[in-house]
Design a protein around this ligand. Structure first.
Ligand SMILES: N[C@@H](CCC(=O)N[C@@H](CS)C(=O)NCC(=O)O)C(=O)O
Length: 215
């Protein structure tokens, strides 16, 4: 049987899966979506991607794309009406996403789960994470998006992680001296594409009807 749409294993609250879904929506692509539960991953997903992380995308030709950045890039390579992958800023966008994934995420996890990482206090973890927030704040001075007047892959690749950082303690986040970043995040949280990205789906079961995303 030939699959008619690429198949995306996803988890609503995972920031990596959010960036993949953002990429798919900005690229005006459609996928078959299977919502998973991390504690009970479907064997069908593990069979194509034994490393067991979401998101995982299986293309119609069977190719498996199992890194969120590659899923965004695959989607936008199909169609990129808003120019998120525009060459001019791509190097800078990738450097920012690298910093997010390789440095900020480390501090974000510790800030969020400080009770599991007792080497430093939660405030110390937050302050480490804030070094990245300061970089973003500077970039956003007089600009609606991280790299200028237009949305790029950096915005959609990083936004879910800043959301997660903010949601550890919203009162603290919105009291910090990052007005441009707070405004940027707020705009994303209200963005129609982000709202669509956060649509709730029941966890997939084998006999379920196909869920097409976006529908
Ligand atoms: N480098 C991967 C990381 C994905 C990742 O770590 N996803 C988390 C959920 S947010 C996961 O699936 N963790 C496996 C688990 O908790 O069992 C990517 O960019 O796609």
């Amino acid at each position: 049987m030939t699959a008619s749409l690429p198949l995306l294993y996803s988890f609503r609250r995972c920031p990596y899966a959010m960036r993949a879904r953002l990429g798919i929506l900005f690229a005006e692509q459609q996928v078959e979506l299977r919502e998973i539960v991390l504690k009970n991953k479907p064997p069908q997903m593990l069979a194509i991607s034994p490393k067991g992380t979401v998101p995982v995308l299986q293309l119609i030709d069977g190719t498996v794309v199992e890194e969120s950045r590659e899923i965004m890039e695959w989607a936008l390579a199909q169609k990129d009406p808003q120019g998120l992958l525009e060459a001019e800023v791509l190097y800078q966008a990738n450097a920012l996403i690298d910093k997010n994934d390789n440095e900020f995420k480390h501090w974000l996890d510790r800030y969020k789960y400080a009770d599991r990482h007792l080497e430093m206090t939660q405030e110390e973890y937050r302050l480490q994470g804030e070094e990245f927030l300061q970089i973003l704040e500077e970039l956003l001075i007089n600009k609606p998006y991280l790299l200028g007047d237009k949305v790029t892959i950096a915005d959609i690749g990083i936004m879910p992680f800043i959301r997660q950082f903010a949601h550890v303690d919203r009162d603290i986040f919105y009291s910090l001296p990052y007005p441009n970043l707070q405004h940027w995040l707020q705009n994303w949280l209200e963005h129609p594409i982000f709202l669509q990205v956060m649509t709730k789906f029941q966890p997939w079961q084998e006999d379920d009807e196909v869920v097409v995303f976006p529908s």
